[in-house]
Design a binder for this molecule. Sequence first.
Ligand code: DGJ
Length: 768
Amino acid sequence: MIKQISGGFIIEAGNSTMLLEVNEVQKPVLAYYGPKMKEPESLTAFKTPYGTAMGTATLYDEKKAPTLTLDQLNLEISTPYKGDYGSPSLLLEGQSSPVYDFVYQSFEIRKPEPLPELPSPHDAEEELVLKLADPAQKVEAELHYLTYKDSGVIGRYLKITNQGEPLDIRKAMSLQIILDGEGFELVNFYGTWSGEFQKDITPLNHLRYSFDSTTGSSSARHNPYFIIKKKETSYQAGGCYGFNLVYSGNHYEEVEYSSFDKLRVQTGISPLGFKKTLQKGESFVTPLAVLTFSDQGLNGLIHVMHDFVNAHVVPQEFAYKARPVVFNNWEGTFMKFNERKLHSLVRKAAAIGAECFVLDDGWFGKRNNDKAGLGDWTVNKRKLPHGIKGLCSYVHKKGMKFGLWFEPEMVNPDSDLFRAHPEYAIQDGIHQPCLARNQLTLDLTKPEVRTYIIDAVEAVLKSAPIDFVKWDYNRNMSDIPMNSGTFFHDYILGLYQVVGKITSDFPKILFENCASGGNRCDLGMLSYFAQTWVSDDTDSFERAKIQDGMVLGYPLSVMSNHVSAKISNQMLRKTSFDSKFDVACLGILGYELDLGSLSKKELSNFKQQIAFYKAHREVCQFGTYEQISTLEDSSFSTKEAHNAKEAVVSRTVGICRPVPSQESLFAIGLDPNADYHYAIRREDLDLRRFGTIVNYVLPIHLKEEGALISFIAKFKSMPCETLEGDMSGAGLMGGGLKFPMLWNGTGYSDKVSFMGDFGSRLYLLSRK
Ligand code: DGJ
């Protein structure tokens, strides 16, 4: 609900209320943003009391407000040189004066309009436009606030229109909000290839903190999602604010406590390499920022963000639609495959219950390694004599959907495309461009390049009934050309044109976003592609940490997770297939390894895993997520997804201790008065993990790493602990269910849990 009230405006979103005041000097300021409240009659009680003009205060307008200084206001937009000495959210450079002073003119509450050229979440309900202007400079600024049906999220963007002499925009943040209160902390997500979404928590002081991406994409270096929370806020309780951008390019975030202990928060396009010139009559619209408030701790924030992405961000065609269990050949074959090998994988994937077979990199041009072929989207007939159509039909006959990998924004210098059109690649024209993974980025600011990509990809998609596309993007930008001053932004607008066209021409195809894993995981890409490959790191322990970070802002239904070989390619750390499953199953489950090298026992285990997942897919993909403990505050990362019917709890341990403590389950969100049946998902433990201890119980002697134990291990395994029974929801939430004690070196039975370092378990709580 958005309404004008005396002195300003009220915006209600979910369980939060925002009050905006237009003050006596016509500046829009934030009067309140927090728990939902009864509509106030006026904003008088919420006004900042500027009792005296303190010391060096610069008085904005002595006549109208003798003690008012901009420095003390919770300004919704800030420009320098008028007494606000914090970081400006808008920086303009014109012909005459550097001073820009925007004051309120009028407002409009309207039916929301989509942002031009940029992704806009669907089902927006209402939009408030605060129209400001600097009449002396002849520049207008509009602050847009949007609400969404049944959502606690508020959208926010800025539009600048020049009615005077040409001017340059040097910085234009989508959002500035100034929060009152001491003791805030910043939670942000940094990372790299194979180590995305690492969580940092920084107590804020009076320094200016900023983070950004300057790689050309939103990047794994810093995700645009971040949280401001009170020091005492936990997952279960306390106040916190979440912020994100619906944007896939370079971004910039800044937080700063002023001397008056007001926390200024900004997010928007990175100012690096950004200079947007506006001629008379021209406008610029920033990407949309989204924000939310929770007084129910971080889990409360998670619920609002997850619902928002599920209901308003991902393409409507796929909203709340079950995602298939994928088998992807990448880590199983890399680019070394032929039709025979693929057919054999298809049969095995179908036999374990996979629902979609995805052919990854290496099917086109002269793509036998990563040095050649990118850009040439015609099938390699030596590898696939019956083409994509032939393989697609083979996969369909085996009862699965068919998916195909593309990396359309890239080109290898060793490709027909580059030989014909070197000018399609991003280069500055005077330096030798840097290669990354032997490739260059295509210049999507050029219309002819966009047309090439659309035509090339659509030709393949038309050639066979393809159901799924994995869209990859494997390098950061360099060597950008000299042009409009908004190269990075124009690239992203070009990308949105390309993916907008292809996804609307093929609305039934499920697209998976990928960028060397999670190097472009953001709400912009998710507006076109309904799911995203989280990380190339499929080591179960690293992956648990990555997912624990990502899930704070992105729902399970977009997180594509694969079970891969036991020894992970990325860590060379060995964890069991079951640990990998226990971690992968909260999200979209997939498999990515050479099924041909597995034993019957292992394949049958996969079959059971997939059957379990299918039986509980609804809760694994769309259940309400609760983080129960994290590896920072406990030895375990424990999380749960629940719906009215059931809950799935996944638990991963770090390094085990010799004398482990007794742990209990503290489930969240169950019906306290209902009865539940709880059961561990039974796993088989590899005999070899018990080392020489097996000799205590066997009549024969086995060498620790001998051939005999390896042979026996193919057929014989050890059962994991048992845990099954009935308990009320209240009991399960109150710590009534005690987990079996972890292995401590003195005896193994069904009451001892041998998880081992980096191990996991899964529990099902079914309402009776
Ligand atoms: C990077 C992706 O993250 C991988 O899953 C795989 O698709 C490779 N690219 C293929 O080149």
